[in-house]
Design a binder for this molecule. Structure first.
Ligand SMILES: [Zn+2]
Length: 287
């Protein structure tokens, strides 16, 4: 019986991993998920040690990461902590867009399911999540690191269930959010390639490794009916439905490179991309 209870307890531990290209709604989704008492959102976890070092963006609590008690305790309990930036091996800058999109070695690992040489990263993260479950006393943690390679590298964590939310924007709103269409045809073409490459890579990983554990959400659908999608995620995690979600207020220790996090927000659809659309992209209007 004791064994059964232990297994059940471990089974309940879930990481909700938010997968997305940059500026596709991952922050607002993560904040919305973290509004209830049974889910804890920790932001872009892979930036933790980088932020602790450069202290550029404050923690969600308003303090810098290295003076925040919550993260201080977490880092102190970890056998490696932030003495080496193992966590940041996929991101060495907190600037937007610095997660490299094309990594040939890792793509081959994903295709052939080679995980052995990522064991250090994997062990580090497994220990980190277990500390977070204990410290928050929650069974569900939201990691909005977004990065598809990170998802692959942590996918075999023992006794931790991973539920993936793949949130994406349509092409033109994505281009507007990332560059405001500036930079002319070349920059926009490069971003279009990045958009489709990410889409194919993320879809491949979720179809192959998380076939029954992925929720696909389109950003504007989420903004129009946030409760519907939050409840789909909650039912995947065996949680009760919530009724309303209007004003998203920030009150956690989430790590992030995104400034919009540090304010209360109403969920509303931003359609500025339509009125700023340059002529050379207008043929993409219906994509
Ligand atoms: Zn904090």
């Amino acid at each position: 019986m004791g064994e059964l209870c232990e297994e059940f307890e471990f089974f309940m531990r879930t990481v909700i991993y938010i997968l997305s290209s940059g500026r596709s709604g991952s922050t607002i989704l993560e904040m919305a998920l973290g509004q209830s008492n049974d889910i804890y959102n920790v932001g872009e976890l892979q930036l933790l040690c980088l932020e602790a070092k450069i202290n550029k963006m404050p923690c969600g609590c308003g303090k810098s990461i290295d003076s925040c008690d919550f993260w201080g305790k977490v880092i102190a309990q970890h056998s490696i902590g932030c003495s080496e930036n193992i966590l940041g091996c996929l991101r060495n800058s907190n600037r937007h867009g610095h997660g490299k999109a094309f990594r040939l070695g890792l793509i081959l690992d994903i295709i052939f399911n080679f995980v052995k040489h990522h064991s250090r990263y994997f062990d580090y993260n497994e220990e980190l999540f277990n500390i977070l479950f204990r410290q928050t006393n929650k069974e569900i943690i939201v990691d909005s690191s977004k990065d598809p390679y990170r998802l692959f590298m942590i996918k075999n964590m023992k006794n931790i269930n991973i539920v993936v939310i793949h949130i994406r924007k349509k092409l033109l709103p994505y281009l507007y959010s990332n560059t405001k269409y500036k930079g002319g045809l070349w920059v926009n073409l490069r971003n279009i390639c990045r958009y489709y490459f990410n889409f194919v890579l993320m879809t491949y990983i979720t179809n192959r490794y998380f076939p029954h554990k992925t929720i696909n959400i389109e950003y504007s659908d989420f903004i129009v009916q946030p409760e519907k999608y939050i409840n789909i995620v909650r039912s995947h995690c065996n949680l009760d439905s919530i009724k309303t979600l209007e004003n998203i207020s920030f009150s956690s220790h989430a790590v992030s490179g995104n400034r919009t996090r540090h304010s209360s927000r109403f969920i509303k659809l931003d359609e500025k991309w339509k009125s700023h659309l340059p002529k050379f992209l207008s043929f993409l209007k219906n994509w």
